[in-house]
Write a new protein. Sequence first.
Length: 534
Amino acid sequence: MTTDIQTELKQAVERRRNFAIISHPDAGKTTLTEKLLLYGGAIHQAGAVKARRTQRKATSDWMAMEQQRGISITSTVLQFDYNNYQINLLDTPGHQDFSEDTYRTLAAADNAVMLIDAAKGLEPQTRKLFEVCKMRSLPIFTFINKLDRPGREPLESIDEIEQELGLQTYAVNWPIGMGDRFKGIFDRRQQAIHLFERRAHGSQQAEERVISLGDPKIEEYLDRDLYYQLKEDLELLGELGGELDLEAVHAGQMTPVFFGSAMTNFGVRLFLEAFLEYALKPGGRNSSLGVLDPIYPEFTGFVFKLQANMDPKHRDRVAFIRVCTGKFEKDMTVNHARTGKTIRLSRPQKLFAQDRESIETAYPGDVIGLNNPGVFAIGDTIYNGKKLEYEGIPCFSPELFAYLKNPNPSKFKQFQKGIQELREEGAVQIMYSMDDFKRDPILAAVGQLQFEVVQFRMQNEYGVETTIEPLPYNLARWVAGGWDAIEKAGRIFNTLTVKDNWGRPVLLFKNEWNLQQVKEDHPELQLNAIAPVG
Ligand code: GDP
């Protein structure tokens, strides 16, 4: 029996690849996602993802904000097949104000795709998200996008990644020309040139013409100067040396680099096929029982994200669970590590954009959505078999802080309930001041829109009209050594001491300079930008 299930799990794991895209807004994440789905046959015409989004906007009421601002706050999981692989794309919110959600999603991902605009290079949001990937040693695959427009020289892009992110690179393919003169891509795997044909926005899969380097007509296809440029570039790449070292890729030390143009579909298929070959399959995860292999026969998983009200008709919450080991089956009963309760997992959902399709089974590397009647919090473990807990999901330093006030005392209960639920869901971090007698909770967020979402939902779901009083701080650091360390240090100027939800001390600083000053004055204090898991 055990061997049967292990064979089944092994096969399921072998064919699964799971990833999230990290990028700065406008680099082309929506476009690339759509093109990947197009190649995966999950949609037949590009534009469908946006069309669904528009449909959803038309039906969603609580996120009237999404509509007003034309942004997408929610994120989902897209599952599709390609060449017998099952791909799980963990979609992340497009707007940087919700990057806390992206941090958590990266905790459920096995691989990351770093998408870069060829003209802009590394941008702030990409750098931030890269740090999170680095912390988890995630394999990173780089796609340099928008080659159909004028951009930086490919060597410059590669150099920037090496110098500034400290990653080794290996160019899997190489662009020929750029902008108006973009002629195609040289694939170093097959040693062949894929010629670019300009089409209107690439709503269908591109048909590519492939020629070899030795083709007698090559100078005609490429223009003479670009052909010589390519030869020179390839020689240079050869001289720079380096092989694709998959071990280094899997350890997050080397990134395979791809060039292309998502809008015109060019290079997308080449990227997808190489990615599937090189990416990590779902692997072992650290738990209180040690590293558990995905073929461990009991079902286990953890909650990495909670989302409210995806269906406006039922004001429910969906818990997103990453399956880590074993096989998930509909209606199975599991243990909830934090509370010791037993829960029946009914109404599981697979999520494709806004459609909810009920699922019967899921395997390691998959994500399932469960209706959450207030049971789950971010980081919770569910398991069968021996009791265990996965490492939780850490909090990252918020950058904006404000008191949330309830001016109406008769709404006290609703206010408290709302704060607690929004905190559990991870909509915002909640802290409390230790320095003054204000009892109002402090909202600690990554972006301004998180405040607006909290206020909007307090009003809509809990019937409490709130006000916001901004605080002049921009950085948070958790103090290692806890309250003793804070007490020893005594009064620290220009900071606010707060406690986080687990009662741990956090110092808020006005700016980087202020933080440096405190570090100099108090070398004994260890300040962490990432919270230990509560
Ligand atoms: P996101 O914010 O990262 O999701 O970016 P989008 O996918 O919405 O793309 C931002 C803009 O860049 C849109 O106007 C896209 O049409 C455009 N875009 C995306 N990929 C390409 C590309 O390969 N070439 C060009 N020229 N434009 C692109």
